[in-house]
Design a protein around this ligand. Structure first.
Ligand code: ZN
Length: 368
């Protein structure tokens, strides 16, 4: 048995009725096993994918934001995750590995690797960026399909990702293959938090998945994961307090003390309009966060942290335990899920178990 893990960014459990009416994913969902998966906190794309990849919470991955601290650069690189990821275990077991446009995999040790990454500025030549981030065998597939890329934008990136993935799977039949699609998330940000608000994105994803599922055929167990759901957000929340540094992550923000004491910062933040809850440093471990920053702030419903003074109609970055929850779907898997409630950290150990591999030392546990 081989395994594929496909991340559909922004896919929520509540979206499944809409996807059930589509041709390809609808057929898959009708005969799949489905668990409701708690996102990690903050429910942001890169922290969530670090946990999906590693089976570990942010307190062990070290990833708490899409962007790095203090330079605020996209955390494209595998090296930003402090623990082993599922393809490390698969490679150690002698299996062939592939991954296409999966966040936080740049520079990872895989056979066929084309990570999510883009040139710093629109119009810059992406070749050197991909040359440094892809595996040698992956770069050949990048070159074959790079004309489909439209810098960091979707749907170009998803057309590229699906094309590269289909060719790698058809030609090389890797034992484990990862794919990430972003268009649904991007369109939800612009048009609303549910799949029903973006029917064109649902139809687009389903069309790509038709080709992906065809090439995966019966040899692969297929796992489909969402990283987080979406919520409405109408009001930007800009916090500017002397003595602290605020890193907005949608509906939450990490706070770094910069001259102010923790208790004073706590009091200032907790009395800020639009702030709902503040976690002190000693409380971060209770929600599986590391102590690499000082406080975590959650916004009230309808608010999102923003430095620009504007927000998109929908977003995330909420506390994972408060929902919405993404789904974790298994298709063509010859084992039954033992439970229907799980966490993102349970997903990597489940995928590896389907391949007969244990994942010692991770925070999650296999559903099979
Ligand atoms: Zn995401």
């Amino acid at each position: 048995m081989k395994a594929a893990l496909i991340s559909i960014d922004g896919l929520g459990y509540d979206d499944l009725p809409v996807f059930s009416r589509t041709e390809s994913l609808g057929r898959l969902i009708s005969s799949a096993q489905i668990a409701r998966s708690e996102a990690i906190t903050p429910a942001q794309t890169y922290p969530c994918h670090a946990s999906i990849l590693s089976g570990c919470y942010p307190e062990h991955t070290g990833v708490v934001d899409n962007l790095s601290h203090p330079h605020r650069l996209w955390q494209w690189w595998r090296s930003a995750i402090n623990v082993p990821i599922l393809t490390d275990h698969a490679a150690a077991a002698g299996l062939a590995t592939a991954s296409v446009c999966f966040p936080m995999t740049a520079g990872a040790s895989m056979d066929y690797l084309v990570p999510e990454i883009w040139a710093e500025r629109e119009g810059d030549d992406p070749d050197p960026v991909f040359r440094s981030a892809c595996s040698e065998k992956g770069y050949a597939y990048y070159e074959r399909h790079k004309e489909k890329l439209d810098w960091m934008r979707t749907p170009g990136m998803d057309l590229f990702a699906a094309s590269v993935f289909v060719d790698i799977v058809r030609e090389k039949r890797p034992d484990i293959a990862l794919l990430h699609l972003s268009y649904l998330d991007h369109q939800k940000h612009l048009h609303g938090p549910s799949a029903s608000s973006v029917p064109h994105a649902v139809a687009f994803i389903d069309k790509l998945m038709a080709d992906v599922l065809e090439v995966l055929d019966d040899e692969y167990a297929v796992f489909i994961a969402g990283d987080h759901g979406h919520r409405m957000q109408e009001r930007p929340l800009s916090v500017s307090i002397d003595g602290i540094e605020v890193h907005p992550a949608g509906m939450s923000a990490e706070i770094y003390l910069d001259g102010m004491g923790e208790e004073e910062a706590y009091e200032s933040l907790v009395s800020t309009p639009g702030v709902r809850k503040v976690f002190r440093k000693r409380e971060l471990g209770q929600i599986h966060l590391p102590s690499s920053f000082d406080l975590l702030v959650l916004a009230e419903d309808g608010y999102a942290f923003s430095q620009s003074g504007s927000v998109t109609p929908s977003g995330h970055g909420y506390a994972g335990f408060e929902g919405p929850y993404p789904p974790f779907i298994a298709y063509n898997l010859p084992y039954g899920f033992k439970r229907t409630e799980c966490s993102l950290v349970d997903e990597a150990p489940t995928v590896l178990r389907a391949l007969g591999i244990d994942m010692p030392g991770c925070d999650g546990s296999s559903l099979i």
